[in-house]
Design a protein around this ligand. Structure first.
Ligand SMILES: [Zn+2]
Length: 295
């Protein structure tokens, strides 16, 4: 085993042991997830996928193989905008892969017994082929535009590895939960392939994993993620926009049982955003660089 792969495997194994032991509070676990993420920054998607997949029960070798091929495609795809985007890049994919594993391990502790390899694969592809824009084109919202692009990126590999229609449909549905404007409460009812309660929960887990670093790992991490997104969208920081974003997508915290563990950190973020004088944020207006207040 290569050293890079061995190190990632070791740090993910340690994190899973710590989650299993249930001894960390939300702030402490946030700190540990951040540390593990930082240890994976230089890693390939393939190495991270493999290290995470080992912790998810599965009896679907075709899906595992599909995941590996998609990871290799992402690693090798040097024309992809994932190498250029300030936010929706390979690092973001790694963040969401790791977050999916963490959230599924937390859900498992609460009795969620489903295999979650499909969730991990969905996390890996959820922003594949992202073009750095949003789902609003010429002022009109096109629901699931980026999510359909991501699905199309992975489809040839799902076909080649003969992943079942049922699993492909479940992954497709999960991806839709990452479209914050497109997803709706009755999406499940209207989805043509039908969706089980289990897949619905995993879709919420993916939606939460997509936002975990932006909202759930404490104010410092959240501001850093917001800075990168502002840079990609070429807009300045706005505390009002950030607060209204939180209020519109997570008014009561996260949606999935696993991610709800981190709800206290979302509260910390809201308190922090509301309590800090505006001038703290205007010290450097260039894309809203975050300046922590002097103690
Ligand atoms: Zn994303």
């Amino acid at each position: 085993m290569e050293k890079e792969q061995f190190d990632i495997k070791k740090s993910i194994d340690c994190l899973c042991i710590e989650i299993d032991a249930q001894q960390l509070n939300p702030r402490e676990l946030a700190q540990r997830v951040t540390e593990v993420h930082e240890s994976t920054v230089a890693a390939s998607i393939s190495a991270l996928y493999d290290a995470c997949a080992r912790h998810l029960k599965t009896d679907d070798p075709n899906l595992y193989q599909a995941g590996l091929l998609i990871a290799q495609k992402l690693d090798a795809d040097d024309k992809s905008l994932l190498h250029k985007n300030a936010f929706h890049n390979l690092e973001h994919l790694k963040i969401v892969i790791l977050s999916s594993l963490v959230i599924s391990k937390l859900a498992e502790k609460q009795g969620f017994n489903a295999t979650c390899l499909d969730l991990l694969v969905a996390a890996m592809i959820h922003d594949a082929d992202h073009d750095g824009a949003t789902n609003i084109v010429d002022g009109k919202c096109i629901p699931f535009r980026l999510e359909e692009k991501a699905m199309a990126y992975a489809m040839p590999i799902f076909e080649e590895t003969k992943v079942s229609q049922l699993t492909v449909g479940a992954i497709h549905y999960m991806l839709r939960w990452t479209d914050l404007a497109g997803r709706t409460a009755d999406m499940k009812r209207n989805y043509p392939a039908g969706v089980s309660d289990e897949v619905e929960e995993k879709a919420k887990m993916l939606g939460d994993a997509d936002l975990l670093f932006a909202l759930g790992l404490g104010p410092k991490k959240a501001m850093n993620e917001d800075r990168k997104l502002n840079s990609e969208l070429n807009r300045p920081f706005s505390r009002a926009r950030f607060l209204s974003f939180i209020n519109s997508i997570a008014p009561n915290g996260f949606f999935s049982k696993g991610a709800k563990f981190f709800d206290p950190n979302v509260k910390d973020l809201v308190i922090d955003l509301k309590s800090i004088p505006t001038k703290r944020y205007t010290a450097n207006k260039a894309f809203g660089l975050y300046r922590p207040a002097a103690p």
